[in-house]
Design a binder for this molecule. Structure first.
Ligand SMILES: O=P(O)(O)OC[C@H]1O[C@](O)(CO)[C@@H](O)[C@@H]1O
Length: 498
C-alpha cells in the first residue's frame, strides 16, 4: 500500500500473528488510553486490532493527509465537491463554525429558513392537524425518519408518518387510518425531480383533497409551484447541502414537528458541538479522526469487506439504514478526485441492526463466520424507562458481545470454538438526547468526510445512482407496451411482467 496510506501494510504484517487478546494482555492500559470523550459521547477503540505503534503510523497518515486542514476547508466552504463545483456547508446549518464569508452567508440563510419553519409549525400547532405525512426518499427521508423515531416523545403534538418507496403499498399503509382533514403533508425533495417523491406526493395531494395543508422543501421553487404548492408553504434547500447531509436544514421539518422546534435546535447544537470538536481537537484527541483512521485500518490494512453498526438501543434501530446512505453513497467510489482510478479498496458494505434482536439473527456469522466483520457497537447509559432489569440486561449483552467477539473461546470441538480476534469500537452516549444524537450523527458525517480525504475521493457526489434511474425512465413506456426494450434479457422479463 503506497501513497497516503504508506506504512500501514508493514504494521498490519507485524501484527498479523498477534490476536486481540494478546494485544490487550500486552498493554492493558490501552483500555484507558484508546478511549476518548467529547461531551456526552464516549468512544473506546481498545478492541481494535492495532497497537500503539500501528496507531503512530495511522496518525502519521493523518498528518500527511492534513486531516486538520481538510476539516477547516470543509467548514470554510471550500469546493470539496469538485465534480459538481460545490461546497458542503452542512455545518453552517447548525452553528457558527467558520468566519469565511461563504459560510456566514450560508448560516444567515439557514437561520432565516429556521425562523420560517418555526412560524409554519406555530400555525400548524394552532390548528386541528394531528398527523403529518412526510414524503421524500434517500437523504430527504432517512435522516428525518431516524431522528423522529429516536426522539419523538409520547403525547407529542403531531404524529409523523413517512412515505418513501415508490411501491404504492407504502402510501396505502401510511395513509390508512388517517383523516385527511386532520393531516398535513410535506413533500421533501432537493431537486423536486425524484420519481418516487413526485408520484407519492401526487397520491398524497389527491388524498388530502384540500391542498392548503400541503407543504414543500426544495431548492427548485419553480417545480414546487408547478406541483401546486405556493411559496408561503415552501421552505428552501440549497446546492451547498448534500441530500444525505440535509436533516439539519428544512429537510428536518418533519423532525421539528415530531419532537418540537426547541429540541430540533438542540439536535443542531449537538451537531455543531461535534463540528467544533472535529475541527479543533488535536488529531490524537479527535473522535472523528480516530473513527476515520480505524475505518481505513480495517478496510485497507485488515481488508475487511463489510462493517457492521449495532445500536443497542431500540430508539436507534433506524441508524444502520441512515448510515448506509451516508457512508456508502458518500464513499462508494472508484475514481480519485483527479479522475484517476483509486488504487485502494474504498467503502466496505455497511449493514447492521439493533441489539439484542440481531444477536438472534446474524451474530452467529459474526462469531464463527469465515469473514472478520468489524463492528461499531453503540450504547446509551441512561435508560429513559422504568424497566431497570431490561436495561441492565441490554448493557450486559452489549458488553458481553464486544468481549466475546474479541476474546473468543477455545474448544477441542471445532463447532464449539470461537476464534475471537473480531474488532469493534464501542460508542457510548450518556443519554439519548437531541444533543447527543446530533453529536453522534455529526461524528459519522465527519468520519466519512475524513475517510474520503484519506482515500482521495469525493464524498459529496453520487453519480453512481443515476444510471439505474435513466434506465428505469426509459423502460416505463415499455411497461405500458408502448415501446420495446433493447436488452434481450429485459425484453424477456418484460414479456413475463406484461
Ligand atoms: O431530495 P431528492 O432530490 O428527491 O433526492 C433524493 C435522494 O436521491 C439521491 O439523489 C439518489 O438516491 C440521493 O442522493 C438523494 O438523497
Amino acid at each position: 500500500m503506497g501513497g497516503q496510506l504508506e506504512g500501514l501494510d508493514a504494521q498490519a504484517q507485524r501484527l498479523s500473528g498477534t490476536p486481540l487478546p494478546a494485544l490487550i494482555a500486552d498493554d492493558p492500559a490501552r483500555a484507558r488510553d484508546f478511549a476518548l470523550r467529547s461531551g456526552p459521547l464516549y468512544a473506546n477503540f481498545a478492541r481494535q486490532r492495532y497497537d500503539r505503534a500501528a496507531l503512530d503510523a495511522l496518525f502519521d497518515v493523518a498528518e500527511r493527509a492534513d486531516l486538520a486542514g481538510a476539516m477547516r476547508r470543509l467548514l470554510d466552504g471550500a469546493i470539496v465537491n469538485p465534480t459538481e463545483g460545490r461546497a458542503a456547508l452542512h455545518s453552517a446549518l447548525r452553528g457558527d463554525t467558520s468566519e469565511a464569508t461563504v459560510a456566514r452567508d450560508a448560516r444567515a440563510q439557514a437561520l432565516d429558513a429556521q425562523a420560517r419553519m418555526r412560524g409554519l409549525i406555530e400555525t400548524l400547532e394552532a390548528g386541528d392537524v394531528t398527523d403529518i405525512v412526510s414524503v421524500g426518499i434517500g437523504g430527504s427521508d432517512l435522516g428525518p425518519r431516524l431522528v423522529a423515531d429516536a426522539l419523538a416523545l409520547p403525547g407529542a403534538r403531531f404524529k409523523v408518518h413517512f412515505i418513501s418507496n415508490v411501491d404504492g403499498n407504502a402510501a396505502r399503509r401510511a395513509l390508512a387510518g388517517l383523516d385527511p382533514k386532520r393531516t398535513a403533508a410535506i413533500v421533501i425533495s432537493k431537486t423536486f425531480g425524484t420519481q418516487e417523491t413526485l408520484l407519492n406526493g401526487g397520491i398524497v395531494r389527491d388524498w388530502l383533497g384540500d391542498d392548503s395543508r400541503l407543504y414543500a422543501v426544495s431548492t427548485n421553487a419553480q417545480r414546487v409551484a408547478d406541483f401546486g404548492i405556493p411559496p408561503e408553504r415552501t421552505l428552501p434547500m440549497w446546492d451547498w447541502v448534500g441530500g444525505r447531509y440535509s436533516l439539519w436544514s428544512a429537510v428536518g421539518f418533519p423532525i421539528a414537528l415530531a419532537i418540537g422546534m426547541d429540541r430540533f435546535l438542540q439536535l443542531l447544537d449537538g451537531a455543531s458541538r461535534m463540528d467544533a470538536h472535529a475541527a479543533e481537537a488535536p488529531l490524537r484527541d479527535n473522535l472523528a479522526v480516530w473513527h476515520a483512521l480505524t475505518a481505513v485500518w480495517n478496510r485497507n490494512a485488515l481488508h475487511a469487506a463489510t462493517q457492521a453498526v449495532l445500536p443497542y438501543d431500540e430508539r436507534l434501530r433506524l441508524l444502520p439504514n441512515y448510515l448506509q446512505q451516508l457512508v456508502m453513497e458518500s464513499l462508494g467510489k472508484s475514481a480519485t478526485l483527479a479522475g484517476g482510478k483509486v488504487g485502494l479498496d474504498t467503502v466496505p458494505v455497511w449493514w447492521g441492526g439493533a441489539g439484542t434482536d440481531t444477536q438472534h439473527s446474524f451474530f452467529q456469522a459474526l462469531h464463527q463466520g469465515t469473514q472478520t466483520v468489524p463492528a461499531d457497537f453503540i450504547g446509551v447509559r441512561q435508560a429513559d424507562h422504568a424497566h431497570e432489569r431490561n436495561h441492565a440486561a441490554l448493557l450486559a449483552n452489549l458488553l458481553a458481545q464486544t468481549e466475546a467477539l474479541a476474546n473468543g473461546q477455545d474448544s477441542d470441538d471445532p463447532h464449539r470454538r470461537y476464534p475471537g480476534n473480531r474488532p469493534s469500537t464501542l460508542l457510548l452516549l450518556d443519554a439519548l438526547t437531541p444533543e447527543s444524537l446530533g453529536m453522534l450523527i455529526a461524528l459519522y458525517e465527519h468520519s466519512v468526510y475524513l475517510q474520503s480525504v484519506l482515500w482521495g475521493i469525493n464524498a459529496f457526489d453520487q453519480f453512481g445512482v443515476e444510471l439505474g434511474k435513466q434506465v428505469a425512465n426509459s423502460l416505463l413506456p415499455a411497461l405500458y407496451g408502448e415501446s420495446e426494450a433493447d436488452d434481450p434479457v429485459t425484453r424477456a422479463l418484460l414479456a413475463e411482467l406484461r
